[in-house]
Write a protein that binds this ligand. Structure first.
Ligand SMILES: [Fe+2]
Length: 484
């Protein structure tokens, strides 16, 4: 069954309404019937091995799907195919989503490309193929919950990309608010808004609750991710420098009307992927295991979301029977870092397992921690504004902020990983930093719980080692405000 037929189901009782509204739409707008062949909404993502996936939309039937590319001239060609996508709504909104994979790229080499067909080509963009050398320290922008309206961090992110700050971008769920709305035009607008960064830096994703409409059809059709065998981008993994990244869906646990079996299916895939990542040769090459998914296991917000519960669904699994909970699985296989969003705020947790802090010292809790570290970064900006925190801070919560902003991460090498939080409200000021340091990666040892509480000395020490932003050291940063 095609994605289209799976996702676009029309009840017979709606037929008359459908025809009336469809004809009205054609009469009133006529937009998509007359739109030209010009590619738009261009974005790229890592493909298998050293390929790059180029995706774009047109509004004209019958166009070819061509990428012209090369290192100094457009002397290579890759062909793909287009799929008709009808936004699952009662109005016509038909677009053609073109996907082409550019294969056999030379690691670390910069390519130029344009996409489209003879009837209409995009302007020329460039990207850098994924590196494969052991000295690569990839830099990544991380955020979730960015809408089309009130996308406050977007200008600054684009400016960062223009300064070549990132090798990849991870959007941790919740796009556009919502892609299906306005008969799909909110999604189109959002994809155009992110094009200046997503057409030049791989834009890696996971689904959030705002993608749920019609079984995540907009998300499944608009994005294309590597290693995605049968899940329509809902879960997949890829390697980037010294890290193995696993993207998955927390939404299976909440939208069970689309199939309870998906929880089990994904869980088994997660376990198999983690087992493989822990094979000695794989873990030696990619020692950091990083997960990204939308809804956190823990948070200290005051909105009564799942993560505020002592037994959140994601952490403990299906209530009462506690099946398919992910905390034990991630602990068992030594996940180092878990990245979340959904809460429209930023929160850095101390190393945590089973609601207890597992630091090894009070001086630097992120030095050889004996449990995963969690970061929630869902404050990029959207129409729903902020999610506030509860007055009482949890003992495992190390830093929190409701400023609009996003996170930068640099995976320095096999032992050092750096993260910082950028406040857009504070004009690009770095408001939080963390060095996660581990000389060994792998399953955590079962150990007696020993918690080293924060002290004045440890706070001073943390402040001293975290004084400088390594991103600021790398590049001269100027945060000119781009007019919207
Ligand atoms: Fe969300």
């Amino acid at each position: 069954m095609t994605k289209l037929s799976r996702n676009f189901l029309l009840a017979p009782s709606h037929l008359v309404t459908f025809l009336v509204l469809a004809l009205t739409t054609i009469a009133v707008s006529g937009r998509h019937l007359s739109s030209g062949p010009q590619p738009e909404q261009i974005h790229i993502s890592y493909g298998e091995d050293y390929s790059m996936i180029i995706t774009w939309s047109t509004f004209m039937r019958g166009l070819n799907t061509i990428v012209q590319y090369g290192t100094s001239s457009l002397d290579h060609v890759a062909y793909g195919k287009a799929q008709r996508f009808i936004n699952p709504d009662l109005y016509f909104h038909t677009q053609y989503i073109h996907v082409a994979t550019v294969p056999n790229l030379q690691p670390g080499v910069k390519y130029i490309y344009r996409c489209g067909a003879p009837e209409g080509w995009s302007k020329q963009f460039n990207f850098t193929a994924k590196r494969n050398d052991s000295s690569w320290a990839p830099a990544i922008a991380l955020f979730g919950d960015m809408g089309s309206a009130n996308a406050q961090s977007l200008s600054r992110l684009i400016q960062d990309v223009q300064q070549n700050l990132y090798d990849a971008i991870f959007h941790v769920g919740d796009f556009a608010y919502d892609m299906h709305k306005g008969h799909g035009e909110v999604g189109d607008k959002f994809m155009r808004q992110i094009q200046p960064m997503a057409a030049v830096v791989p834009y890696m994703t996971c689904p959030g609750n705002h993608e749920a409409y019609a079984n995540f059809s907009n998300y499944k059709n608009r994005f294309h991710m590597p290693g995605d065998i049968d899940s329509n981008n809902m879960f997949f993994s890829f390697d980037i420098g010294p890290a193995h990244v696993i993207s998955f869906s927390t939404e299976y646990y909440f939208f069970i009307e689309y199939g309870l079996y998906q929880i089990e299916h994904q869980y088994h895939w997660l376990e198999a992927d983690l087992k493989k990542a822990n094979e000695p040769a794989n873990r030696a090459k990619h020692p950091w295991i990083i997960t990204m998914a939308h809804r956190p296991m823990y948070c200290s917000n005051n909105d009564k979301d799942d993560c505020t519960k002592s037994e959140s669904l994601i952490r403990k699994g299906i209530p009462i029977i506690h099946a398919y909970g992910l905390e034990d699985l991630f602990y068992k296989y030594g996940v180092d870092l878990e990245i979340w969003a959904h809460e429209h705020s930023y929160e850095r947790l101390l190393p945590i397992y089973d609601r207890h802090v597992y630091n090894t010292s009070s001086i630097n809790p992120y030095y050889k921690p004996e449990a995963p570290v969690h970061i929630t970064t869902g404050s990029a900006g959207c129409s729903e504004k902020h999610d506030l925190f509860a007055n009482k801070t949890a003992p495992w919560s190390a830093f929190r902020s409701v400023d609009y902003g996003y996170t930068r991460m640099k995976i320095h090498n096999s032992s050092h990983l750096y993260m910082e939080q950028v406040s857009d409200d504070k004009h690009g000021e770095v408001i939080d930093k963390m060095w996660l340091i581990k000389d060994k990666h792998g399953p955590y040892k079962d150990r007696a719980l020993k918690y080293y509480p924060k002290t004045e000395e440890s706070l001073r020490h943390m402040e001293a080692i975290n004084q400088k932003s390594i991103f600021a050291n790398q590049k001269k940063m100027s945060f000119r405000v781009i007019k919207k």
